[in-house]
Design a protein around this ligand. Structure first.
Ligand SMILES: O=C(O)CCC(=O)C(=O)O
Ligand SMILES: [Fe+2]
Length: 317
């Protein structure tokens, strides 16, 4: 695969043999490589060479995803993952299912407490029934394929380019919500909400027989404007501006979860829907607010409480 490196290795002394790999990566290789992560085994790098900064295919891919993000606040890259990686993720998720935090509760789109100062039909006081689960990030084993994707700087950089932002993005500090698996079974429903983190990648691992469709309203709020009126319209069943994305296993989806109201429609049929959810943020220090962490992931850590007061934008949550 690397002709220059291979010829160096063939003719080399033992010392060179030992260090040629490092030299190849650090000197000869003209593009990114994250030495800790075997991306080749996880992502279809032949079709999507996200590690090759010099690749025109990568340039086109980034341009296409940015165009999708600009048009509809969301993008999809079909068959991004290798089938073997999806098999490994499914095996991991099934294995960890007994450790799922199942939530059956009412919550508003902001995962925040009620506000008695506001009218009862205000979006902050509009609670919808949620039944769904998360395999929290902190139960993933060290060798988890989902952790491998999330820990890849190549991946973070690629996501950043697809978003087309001038601000840096980071992997999230939140120990529970940073890269969980979402788990939904028969009749489960994940109602309209905003995420605490700005950007979410979704990798569908197993699709429900029917339902379990991701719906979203792109950029319904901005960092300084809640747009409660439009949010209320959607909560009351309005469909203005609602998009659907019928994600397929192995696709990658990227969306702006903090600014796009979104939900997952009820699951029909006996097949569990599993989805991997790596998240990205502009401020790597901040986490979900404790109320949000408790209602989504079952608990809040001391860190959630310590960082509760940090504000990253002008939004209520
Ligand atoms: O399951 C999905 O497709 C989206 C999940 C989601 O919105 C969330 O975990 O906040
Ligand atoms: Fe979400």
């Amino acid at each position: 695969m690397w002709p220059v490196c291979d010829s160096l290795r063939r003719d080399s002394s033992r010392w060179y043999e030992d260090f040629s790999q490092i030299l190849c990566w650090t000197i000869v290789q003209p593009f990114f490589y994250d030495a800790r992560v075997d991306l080749e085994a996880l992502i279809d790098l032949d079709t999507y060479p996200i590690h090759r900064l010099d690749s025109p295919v990568r340039d086109e891919l980034v341009a296409d995803t940015r165009a999708q993000m600009n048009a509809v606040g969301c993008c999809r890259i079909s068959n991004f993952m290798r089938p073997e990686a999806i098999d490994a993720m499914l095996a991991e998720a099934v294995d960890l299912t007994p450790q799922t935090f199942w939530a059956e509760q009412e919550h508003n789109p902001y995962a925040s407490p009620k506000d008695p100062q506001l009218p009862h039909d205000h979006p902050r006081n509009t609670y919808q029934h949620r039944m769904s689960g998360f395999i929290n990030s902190d139960v993933l084993p060290a060798a988890s394929p989902l952790n491998a994707i999330y820990n890849s700087n190549v991946m973070t950089h690629f996501v950043w380019e697809c978003i087309g932002t001038t601000q840096p993005i980071y992997q999230w500090a939140d120990p529970l919500g940073r890269n969980p698996y979402g788990v939904m079974q028969t009749d489960h429903y994940f109602p309209w909400h905003f995420d605490g983190n700005e950007f979410t990648v979704s990798i569908l691992v197993q699709k429900a027989e029917q339902g379990g469709v991701f719906e979203y309203v792109p950029d319904i709020r901005t960092p300084n404007a809640e747009n409660f009126e439009r949010v209320q319209h959607i909560l009351e069943g309005g469909r203005d501006g609602v998009h659907e994305l019928d994600l397929q296993p192995a696709d990658l989806q990227l969306f702006k979860g903090r600014f796009s109201l979104h939900r997952v429609t009820p699951i029909v049929g006996p097949t569990t829907r599993y989805i991997a959810l790596p998240t990205y943020v502009h401020d790597p220090y901040r986490m979900n607010r404790p109320h949000h962490a408790i209602s989504y992931y079952g608990r809040a850590t001391q860190l959630h409480h310590d960082r509760e007061a940090v504000m990253v934008d002008g939004l209520v949550d």
